[in-house]
Design a protein around this ligand. Structure first.
Ligand SMILES: *Cc1c(COP(=O)(O)O)cnc(C)c1O
Ligand SMILES: [Zn+2]
Length: 415
């Protein structure tokens, strides 16, 4: 917290002390807050060289840019340091100059959400809370449950999920020992019930959209990518968008890095939503207030009909000079298989939606053949095996008989 100056409301600008339980502006409806840093001081006291020799590979290596008190215990899971790959074959296929894939599904509980949940565990302790609660379509919840579990029984997670959450994600929550409430309703309704329960029992709130510190955790994906790319950012960085916190966090990380002089230029952000649930793309295009939509997509992690962080998300994309685009479920499923086949990276539907959008943006000339791009795969494919099977089809079936196998292989041209 050495360099945190405070919080400000993104609607009215009102300033607040950076208290761990300060979530929203008192004066504004949906008055989301943002954390302010003393960039000049960070610049004077931190350097790329210092970072290079820091042995901590987890997200905490970026401590000068995080709103944390160093003495507070961190969750033990190893969050961050996910790999990046260059894919020449996909760059060629999309007709762009260069493509970087960052596999954030390799975080300990299988999604980028670990970055925010690890932060929630730290902030909850600062607030003196032992129980942390959230509502989620799945990954926020499972990451919270996992990070809480890594504290070895000293803390507890209460999770509200809509009952459409995929079985894999639910299993994870239960295995990590969280108290799981499956709400018979939409994500929206699960959110409101969790808000009421948090109010009633005084738990710490891990709802990323309204907790300003969680976006600070998510921004480590940008800090990390920039460091891995030796501070040479591509022209575009691509994320799938649900509530809007991930892309807003990614922007914040880039903004911070530019402010402290670690990067020269903020890349353009491409935000990708699903055709069947694209309220943020709509608000981005119309310039109007957000209109609530239905949640019709297989990409459950971005099926958010009433996103909380749409203002931050729209601003992030706009300030970066970027774009928003939508993709169909078919495009998502097809990209799931394409990515897996050509790179060995297995993403869940929302995890590959960004890449599907990248392909489409390249086809539409939004991203040109002279430009480079990075896509973050935000969640692991094993989270949602049912849709993976829809994407990938069926295995070859054969009786245990070599002659039969030879015949089938001849037919299928396998050798
Ligand atoms: C949460 C999530 C997103 C989107 O993040 P938002 O902050 O909701 O916009 C994308 N992909 C996966 C796998 C997620 O879990
Ligand atoms: Zn305000």
């Amino acid at each position: 917290m050495k360099y945190v100056e405070g919080l400000h409301c993104i609607k009215c600008g009102k300033k607040y002390e950076a208290e761990p339980e300060r979530y929203l502006c008192d004066d504004c409806e949906d008055g989301i807050l943002d954390v302010d840093y003393d960039y000049q001081k960070i610049k004077e006291n931190w350097s790329k060289e210092e970072l290079t020799v820091n042995p901590d590979k987890k997200i905490w290596r970026y401590e000068p840019l995080l709103p944390i008190i160093p003495e507070i215990e961190k969750p033990k899971l190893s969050v961050g340091n996910t790999p990046i790959y260059e894919s020449e074959i996909l760059a060629e296929e999309f007709a762009i100059k260069k493509l970087i894939i960052k596999d954030d599904g390799l975080n300990p509980t299988g999604s980028l959400k670990d970055r925010a949940s690890a932060m929630a565990v730290v902030k909850a302790q600062e607030a003196g809370a032992k129980t942390v609660a959230c509502s989620s379509t799945g990954n926020a919840a499972s990451s919270l449950a996992g990070n809480i579990a890594s504290m070895g029984g000293r803390m507890n997670a209460v999770i509200f999920v809509p009952d459409r959450a995929p079985a894999g994600k639910l299993a994870q929550l239960l295995v990590y020992g969280a108290d799981v409430v499956s709400v018979n309703g939409s994500y929206e309704e699960a959110f409101y019930l969790s808000a009421e329960a948090i109010e009633k029992w005084g738990w710490y709130n891990r709802n990323a959209a309204i907790n300003p510190y969680l976006v600070e955790g998510k921004k480590t994906v940008s800090l990390e990518m920039a460091e891995q790319l030796n501070w040479e950012m591509p022209d575009w960085v691509v994320y799938s968008v649900g509530d809007g916190c991930t892309i807003a966090g990614a922007y914040k990380g880039l903004y911070d890095l530019k402010k402290i002089g670690f990067i020269d230029k903020i890349p353009k952000l491409l935000g990708v939503q699903a055709d069947g649930c694209a309220p943020i793309t709509e608000a981005f295009r119309s310039g109007n207030e957000l209109e609530i939509t239905e949640e019709n997509t297989i990409a459950d992690s971005i099926a958010v009909g009433k996103p909380r962080n749409w203002i931050k998300a729209v601003r992030a994309v706009r300030d970066s000079g970027g774009e928003m685009i939508n993709v169909s479920d078919e495009e998502i499923l097809s990209m799931m298989k394409n990515l897996g086949q050509k790179t060995g990276v297995f993403g869940e539907p929302a995890g590959v939606a960004g890449l599907a959008g990248l392909k489409k943006a390249a086809e539409q000339g939004i991203i040109t053949f002279e430009e480079s791009a990075a896509a973050v795969i935000t969640g692991n494919g094993l989270k949602d095996v049912k849709n993976a099977r829809r994407a990938a089809g069926d295995p070859i079936e054969v009786k245990p008989d070599l002659q039969k196998l030879i015949e089938i292989f001849a037919e299928l041209d396998v050798s």
